[in-house]
Design a protein around this ligand. Structure first.
Ligand SMILES: NC(=O)c1ccc[n+]([C@@H]2O[C@H](COP(=O)([O-])OP(=O)(O)OC[C@H]3O[C@@H](n4cnc5c(N)ncnc54)[C@H](O)[C@@H]3O)[C@@H](O)[C@H]2O)c1
Ligand SMILES: [Zn+2]
Length: 384
């Protein structure tokens, strides 16, 4: 695999808007495409410019989360209509269940019936569910048309909307069918976060803390010292943190677009998190909550194995707590979790692969962690 270069710049911001201070633009370079990412209050106003720059654009198809559309849809449609192109809308029921083949099929049909063609552009408007589903619809209809991501959750801003992964779920498992499809651009309007339910907002912070913990001690320190301002949605601080996370994600993904190696570090905390989500049947915990517990466990496991510097786990846990995230899994059994991680069945005596911290800001992938060590640590974790 050829090592790829990622660049970003904070150039040429259009000036003159009262809120410009917090508006940032990154230019992220992936294979064959430079993806502009706008971050800031009212950054949605960049959409007509972004779409207007696309020559031969024939039609815009908005794929919107139903809840988000109720709150913010009409003003977005007006903005899209400012391009002078026809705009059609598909509404997607809010929730993970919509990331399915049935919804994808419906979207394909609605797009064709609405008059979309190869020169149309999908605008995915909502959290990661709509980003993944709408993104996959764009990647597949007419063998792939343009896509613009307009993420409206913190999780989708810092994680799902950057990197080019799109997918739907099967009854057999999550994200089993999908495509890599880089968007024309990503517009992260911080104003949308004002209406995000508190629990979703807090849950998104787990991925922010993860991003810092795996790659940037400096960002982590910033998160530790500025929790109050960040949780209070202070625009400039928030834009800075989202920007830093996007740079890190772009950096990691750019070096490893198809998940051959480095990209795995983004899975820090996710081994146990996926186990927790499976055991709780996706109903008990939000993804970020499970990731927070998973990171806390991975840090403790890393310390027990002598891979992680002593004290890193308690520092990580203190940071997670200060954002209102859980660090201990209660009411779950080690046996169920180990089974859900397919620990015994698939990995056998070689053990699982774990992404562990060496210290805050750096990671190491460790293969073949013995089953007994994980089991013993998990029992301590659940009991403590
Ligand atoms: N493609 C990737 O690289 C990637 C990365 C991480 C996660 N994901 C996927 O993302 C999905 C999770 O995304 P999510 O956490 O954003 O969940 P989500 O899309 O389900 O949104 C969460 C909830 O918040 C509501 N909502 C969204 N924005 C709102 C707003 N501004 N105001 C009020 N309500 C709002 C939605 O209606 C929904 O009920 C999962 O399916 C996951 O697999 C993908
Ligand atoms: Zn995650």
């Amino acid at each position: 695999m050829v090592a790829r270069q990622v660049v970003w710049s904070e150039k040429e911001l259009p000036r003159g808007r009262a809120t410009d201070l917090a508006l940032r633009r990154l230019q992220v370079k992936f294979t064959g495409r430079e993806v502009p990412v706008w971050i800031g209050p009212r950054s949605r106003e960049e959409l007509p410019v972004l779409l207007g720059a696309r020559r031969d654009l024939s039609h815009i198809h908005l794929v919107a989360d139903s809840e988000v559309h109720k709150l913010h849809g009409p003003s977005l449609v007006r903005l899209l209509e400012a391009t002078g192109k026809p705009v059609s809308v598909s509404m997607v029921p809010s929730g993970e269940a919509s990331k399915c083949a049935g919804e994808l099929f419906r979207l394909w049909q609605e797009m064709v019936r609405a008059g979309c063609n190869r020169d149309s552009c999908v605008v995915a408007f909502g959290g990661g569910v709509v980003g993944d589903l709408g993104g996959f619809a764009a990647a597949s209809v007419f063998r792939g048309i343009d896509l613009v991501q307009v993420p409206t959750t913190l999780l989708a801003m810092v994680d799902a909307s950057v990197g080019g992964k799109t997918a739907i779920n099967l009854p057999e498992g999550k994200n089993l069918v999908g495509a890599f499809h880089q968007p024309l651009g990503v517009v992260m309007d911080l104003d949308y976060l004002a209406t995000l339910p508190d629990r979703q907002w807090i849950s998104g912070w787990a991925e922010v803390i993860k991003t810092a913990a795996i790659r940037s001690a400096r960002l982590f320190e910033g998160l530790e010292s500025r929790a109050a301002g960040l949780l209070g949605k202070e625009p400039d601080a928030l834009a800075g943190v989202i920007e830093a996370c996007c740079k890190i994600k772009a950096d990691v993904v750019g070096e490893d677009e198809r998940e051959a190696g480095l990209r795995r570090i983004l899975n820090f905390g996710h081994t146990l998190a996926h186990g927790i989500e499976t055991v709780a049947e996706y109903a008990g915990f939000l993804h970020g909550e499970a990731v927070a517990m998973g990171m806390s466990f991975a840090a403790e496991l890393g310390e027990a194995l002598g891979v992680t510097r002593r004290g890193a786990a308690s520092r990580l846990e203190a940071c997670l707590r200060s954002y209102g995230l859980p660090v201990k899994a209660t009411g779950l059994r080690a046996k169920d979790l180990l089974e859900a991680m397919e620990f015994d069945k698939k990995r056998g005596p070689a053990g699982l692969r774990w992404v562990l911290l060496t210290e805050i800001g750096d990671t190491k992938t460790v293969d073949g962690v013995p089953a007994e060590v994980v089991r013993a640590q998990l029992e301590r974790f659940l009991g403590g």
